[in-house]
Design a binder for this molecule. Structure first.
Ligand SMILES: [Zn+2]
Length: 287
């Protein structure tokens, strides 16, 4: 099994669901994106296209190829296989900066601000991911998950948008091409801060989610998605909810959640109790 290199990441407020409407792009748009990236970055960077992604990095060819194959291509394929039916019809630009200094320098130059995260972020308007890749691939997968959720589930509620992003920041891709989240550093955040009541979490607005308990809300959303994954319910929930949301029948996910767990013969109270008990069995760090 292939493990994705992961760093300790902190993405508080780093990423928000992007606007829903995106016009389809022609093949020219991908070539144009690659040409623009070559021009803006200069000769120290390698620029490569793979599918909907245009990658640029001031890394060795070997390292860039490793992130391209083992992280970007493997995770995107698995995410489409497991969750997303609609693919982006526009280029997603991925900038992999080799260290902190070049990350800070280039973010300022390209995006016009000092990076608020030391690890990386996604800019929905320009469909760009900018990474300090020296910190590992965890943030890259988190932000890629956002970039691929956006065209598939417009207006995805924040708890699920971030729950999925956080879940896959520590993941593996199985030989049969499925993506599986694993335990990570957000476990002690959850243990220290405690559980948010299930119904409250699933009905949380963006403003509430990103309020003063944001780190704890991230951790709760992650470990709720993780538990659904372990119960074999996450993919079913995502697809059920996306359909209900598109039909205007479920804004938060709570109705779809109830429907999916009822089919598994579990009540919300039982599910919540079992979720808490399961989290207590997890271990971090893994020795
Ligand atoms: Zn995020």
């Amino acid at each position: 099994m292939r493990r994705i290199a992961v760093a300790v990441v902190l993405l508080l407020g780093a990423c928000r669901p992007p606007p829903a409407e995106d016009a389809p792009a022609s093949e020219d748009a991908f070539e144009r994106a690659a040409a623009e990236m070559k021009k803006e970055l200069g000769e120290d960077f390698i620029v490569q296209r793979t599918g909907v992604f245009v990658l640029a990095g001031n890394l060795s060819t070997r390292n860039l190829s490793r992130f391209k194959t083992e992280t970007v291509e493997a995770c995107a394929r698995a995410l489409w296989n497991d969750f997303f039916a609609s693919k982006p019809e526009y280029p997603i630009r991925i900038y992999l900066f080799r260290d902190r200094a070049s990350y800070r320098k280039w973010v300022k130059k390209l995006a016009g601000f000092e990076p608020h995260s030391p690890y990386g972020f996604y800019l929905p308007d320009s469909k760009s991911l900018m990474m300090n890749i020296a910190t590992g691939g965890g943030t890259l997968v988190h932000e890629m998950t956002h970039a691929l959720t956006a065209p598939d589930f417009a207006d995805c509620p924040t708890w699920l948008f971030e729950g999925l992003g956080c879940l896959f920041e520590q993941c593996r891709v199985t030989p049969s091409g499925h993506i599986k989240g694993m335990v990570n550093w957000r476990l002690p955040v959850l243990r220290r801060g405690g559980f948010v009541p299930l119904e409250e979490l699933v009905k949380m607005s963006d403003v509430e989610f990103r309020g003063e308990n944001e780190p704890l809300n991230y951790a709760n959303a992650r470990y709720l998605c993780f538990y659904m994954q372990e119960r074999g319910l996450l993919r079913k929930f995502y697809k059920t909810f996306r359909k209900a949301h598109n039909a205007g029948e479920d804004q938060t996910g709570w109705a779809s959640f109830n429907k999916v767990i009822a089919a598994a013969s579990v009540t919300p109270a039982e599910f919540e109790k079992n979720w808490h008990a399961w989290v207590k069995t997890l271990k971090w760090p893994i020795r």
